[in-house]
Write a protein that binds this ligand. Structure first.
Ligand code: ADP
Ligand code: MG
Length: 468
């Protein structure tokens, strides 16, 4: 069975990725519909789950049908060099922990109805799955100056859901700073302390989707009812509500009901309420009722403790100077910090190399380059105007002079290529044009660069400058 899965997987991914992530896997046993596979380490398992879970599911379902399940067995060995079994490091009282490393991942049924938490009609007996991820808890959410307020507010809420003035609790901050982790941690802690409480974690995106579906299916009232039954409602990334007035209305309704009944609401967002756009005023004012707590970039000390904790949990030893090197050089956010250390471990384990400072330098350098911040449209306009020796205002102006038009079109083309901005938003930022103009610009650049040698050189030069 596993061989068949492998050949399917092989056809669907890059050879290098296949070699790195699938060749080291060993199939162990097949019982009923559960296939057990052995992976070399915990981070390996996490990597598979994060990057290849869909592919694995499809491959396995093809072989074993809809009820297929995958069980990961994590081989505990020192990830590099001497094969010292991990079990030895764990005092015998904690042996269960080793067993707990067998992670059984049910492959959910494809039929969305079955996963939809509010299909059961008799409102009162609804069994609500909290959708919480137990791996995101307070124990492994390390404290530092950057998160102290948010973390302790979260703890306070977890101790007395609905019973503090932090209602709603809004946690905000940039990507990868721990909003989702903290949101789950609060929910997990509440479930632990108050198992009878109904807790639900949901992303704003999924909430929106459910709402839209309910409107289509004429079950909007059921939708509202369902949410009104919840004791602790956690909505992740509420900035997603911006511009979606229907969803905002229904959420406003639900929020008021929950709040009036002393239920707890926890929200996360990538911006502070004052900076949120296209969110109705009445909703914004509700957000401000409780506490808004910011997650900031972790400082050096916190980065070190996050890294050490991660290594400890994965059972990997790494010299202090290397940990410090990584912490010093990856400052953007926790997700990247973790990503860098994972690829460092991966590099050393696959190439059977010791983790040296030299290897760390290579990995970190590559990592910083690969995950380089998205270039902004402003930056693109600046680079393009510099290249053609004109001002940004000239580039944006209404003039029809050929070389200026070309520069403008190139700026639009690169904005489309290098940012995630929509055509409309690119147009509005580059001299207040509409989306059709941007689309036309992109096509023109494509055409010209295949017919005009000089123009192709512009495109090449600028691509280099922008991807440095
Ligand atoms: P966000 O939702 O803000 O984009 P996440 O919650 O997904 O960020 O966090 C990104 C990664 O960083 C996760 O793996 C998370 O476990 C980790 N992380 C963030 N903050 C901390 C922290 N204080 N301690 C330990 N891990 C953290
Ligand atoms: Mg998140």
């Amino acid at each position: 069975v596993w061989d068949n899965c492998l050949s399917f997987i092989k056809d669907n991914i890059q050879p290098q990725a296949y070699k790195t992530w699938f060749e080291p896997i060993k199939a162990i046993k097949l019982t009923d519909n559960a296939l057990s596979i052995q992976v070399p380490s915990k981070f390996f398992y996490e990597w598979l789950e994060e990057h290849y879970v869909k592919l694995l599911k499809v491959a396995l379902r093809k072989e074993l049908g809809e009820t297929a399940r995958l069980v990961y067995i994590i081989k505990m060995e020192n990830t590099y060099g001497n094969r010292q079994p991990f079990t030895e490091k764990i005092p015998s009282a904690n042996r269960e922990q080793v067993k707990a490393q067998e992670i059984d991942v049910p492959i959910k049924n494809k039929n969305p109805e079955l996963r939809n938490p509010f299909v059961i009609p008799g409102i009162r007996n609804v069994k609500i799955e909290s959708q919480l991820n137990p791996n995101y808890n307070f124990d492994n959410f390390l404290e530092g100056d950057s998160n102290r307020l948010a973390r302790s507010a979260g703890m306070a809420v977890a101790n007395k859901p609905g019973g503090t003035s932090f209602n709603p609790l809004l946690v905000f901050g940039g990507v990868g700073l721990g909003k989702t982790h903290l949101a789950h941690a609060i929910g997990v802690e509440i479930k632990d302390k108050y198992p009878e409480k109904t807790v639900l974690y949901i992303s704003a995106e999924k909430f929106t989707q459910q709402y839209i579906d309910s409107v289509k299916k004429n079950t909007r009232n059921d939708f509202i009812h369902f949410y009104q039954l919840i004791d602790v409602l956690i909505i992740d990334d509420v900035q997603f509500f911006s511009g979606k007035t229907g969803t905002q209305d229904v959420f406003f309704h639900i929020f008021n009901h929950l709040h009036q009944n002393g239920k707890q609401v926890i929200l996360t967002s990538d911006k502070a309420p004052v900076d949120m756009q296209d969110i109705e005023q009445r909703l914004l004012s509700r957000f401000k009722w409780g506490l808004s707590a910011e997650l900031q970039n972790p400082d050096f000390e916190t980065r070190i403790s996050i890294l050490k904790n991660k290594l400890y949990r994965d059972g990997v030893d790494m010299p202090d100077d290397i940990v410090e090197y990584v912490a010093k050089n990856i400052k953007t956010n926790v997700r990247e910090l973790e990503g860098a250390i994972i690829s460092l471990i991966a590099q050393s384990s696959f190439n059977k190399r010791e983790v040296t400072l030299e290897l760390a330098t290579q990995v970190v350098e590559k990592f910083v380059k690969n995950t380089k911040r998205e270039v902004s449209i402003d930056y693109i306009q600046k680079v393009v105007s510099d290249y053609f020796q004109m001002d940004v205002s000239t580039l944006q102006s209404k003039t029809r002079k050929r070389h200026i038009v070309q520069a403008r079109q190139l700026a639009m083309f690169f904005a489309k290529k290098f940012t995630k901005a929509s055509l409309a938003s690119i147009g509005s930022q580059i001299g207040k044009r509409d989306h059709a103009t941007v689309l036309h610009a992109c096509k023109t650049v494509d055409n010209l660069s295949s017919t005009d040698k000089q123009f192709r050189k512009y495109v090449e030069d600028l691509t280099k400058k922008l991807s440095l």
